[in-house]
Design a protein around this ligand. Structure first.
Ligand code: GDP
Ligand code: MG
Length: 441
């Protein structure tokens, strides 16, 4: 995919006369590529029309950076298509919210319910899970197992066959227990059918959710639009979660789901485990859709801002994929100085949004400084750690004592370390392009 887009743009850069015909050819190539990424035909066509309006042929003819102009226009247009214009309802900690999950069977609802609960629990919420799937045998067991593993209270029944009754009982119980995030998992059955949508309507009417989340498997392809629309027509879908983004699918169906529900994507699922769950970030997602790979912008940035003499070392570390606490320490130092490597590092997909959310840079800096104080009290040997399992409790206790911090904070730092190490490891074996060798898109 990336290849064909690159080729299209390459052709364009080589053409001596840039005219409408060339632009059209280029757009047609990209259209084919996006269709392969499961973006709906109608959406691709809309994008094409908009690009033609945006890209000024005279600018292109003027010569410099044709590639950049078109690339940027397409990128921006796709980002815009993922933005429905209004944020979804966001539950507030300490205030009771009911969140209902809908989606076809197998889309990942039950797994995602737990991930969503766990994500909030880690941030100090009191979530609870209600199993209103009475259709599939074993549904309650699955939720119960997940919930038990994450130590999250749950409600369900092996006997009761009425999903509405269970949903209402569960929500009532957890409201009494002052849970602030009551999550209702529902049935999906095996295909889109009237009975399923009627059941969703009834559960929703009875539990009055503050937010309905549509869960979509990233690999459903062109079916995404109709599926999302069908759910939207029976319940007030307000947000989308795309699952199985760890697979091969590029997830172009997400654009359809946003268009059909007029709701934003809020998270993506990236694996079967509880913590394989990420806040949705538009830019890396669009990069992936276009086959740019999550890291091409990152590589560009390295060449742009890291001094030449520092590039080989950083790239070497990246391609080895080993992320020690010492590397984290050095990167933190860079971030605080906002030195060149810090700037680059903060561009890692998933890095900036989690560790340094926009508008909260001050807080984040304080947190990073705290982490660094803790690392300061580590022995050099400790800083070489690249296997978090070696960081046992007694070691963490020593660090906590040495830096005058609570062990909980040391554990938090180690969580952060694990997350970053995972990002870092994605770059293992990365073929390092030389300057000027960067692919077109
Ligand atoms: P439900 O029928 O909608 O409740 O779907 P489940 O939660 O039972 O998930 C169906 C299957 O998809 C299970 O085997 C899950 O482990 C798997 N699954 C869910 N989310 C993800 C994900 O993000 N990545 C991967 N690889 N598998 C997932
Ligand atoms: Mg389920």
């Amino acid at each position: 995919l990336g290849g064909s887009i690159s080729r299209a743009i390459q052709q364009m850069s080589n053409a001596t006369i840039i005219d409408e015909k060339v632009l059209n050819e280029c757009l047609n190539e990209i259209t084919r590529a996006l269709l392969q990424s499961d973006v709906q035909f109608k959406l691709v066509r809309d994008m094409q029309t908009n690009i033609k309006k945006i890209v000024n042929l005279d600018d292109l003819a003027a010569g410099h950076n044709k590639r950049r102009i078109i690339q940027q226009a397409i990128f921006n247009e796709l980002c815009k298509m993922l933005d429905p214009g209004k944020p979804s309802f966001t539950p507030k900690k300490g205030k009771t919210s009911v969140v209902m999950f809908v989606g076809l069977q197998g889309s990942g609802k039950t797994t995602t319910c737990t991930k969503y609960a766990y994500y909030h629990q880690k941030k100090g919420w009191k979530p609870a899970l209600v199993c209103a799937d009475t259709f599939r045998a074993g549904a309650f067991d699955q939720l119960k197992q997940n919930a038990t593993k994450a130590k999250i209270p749950f409600y369900g029944s092996y006997m009761e066959s009425d999903p509405v009754k269970i949903a209402v009982e569960g929500v009532e119980r957890f409201k009494k227990e002052n849970c602030d995030l009551i999550i209702v998992d529902t049935s999906g059955r095996h295909k889109q059918e009237a009975a399923l949508f009627e059941e969703m309507r009834q559960v929703s009417e009875a539990t009055k959710p503050d937010l309905v989340i549509f869960v979509m498997d990233s690999s459903i392809g062109q079916a995404a639009f109709d599926q999302a629309q069908a759910f939207k027509q029976s319940v007030a879908v307000g947000a989308v979660i795309v699952t199985k983004m760890d697979g091969h699918a590029k997830g172009g169906g997400a654009l359809s789901a946003v268009a059909a529900t007029k709701s934003p994507v809020i998270f993506i699922g990236t694996g079967e485990h509880m913590d394989e769950f990420e806040v949705f970030d538009v830019k890396p997602f669009v990069s992936r859709l276009l086959g740019m790979g999550d890291l091409s912008g990152f590589m560009d940035k390295i060449h742009e801002v890291v001094p030449m003499d520092q590039q080989p070392e950083l790239l070497q570390k990246l391609s080895e994929g080993t992320f020690t606490l010492r590397i984290m320490y050095e990167q933190f130092q860079n971030i605080l100085k906002m030195g060149p490597i810090g700037q680059v590092f903060s561009m890692l997909p998933g890095f900036s949004s989690e560790l340094m959310p926009k508008g909260r840079e001050k807080e984040s800096q304080a947190k990073i400084k705290r982490y660094m104080t803790m690392m300061d009290s580590m022995t050099n040997e400790g800083k070489q750690i690249s296997n978090p399992k070696l960081m046992n409790e007694s070691r963490m206790m020593r660090i906590a004592r040495g830096s005058g911090r609570h062990i909980r904070e040391v554990m938090e730092m180690m969580e952060e370390y694990k997350r970053l190490a995972k990002l870092w490891s994605k770059m293992k074996g990365l073929k390092i392009p030389k300057k000027g060798e960067m692919s077109a898109l």
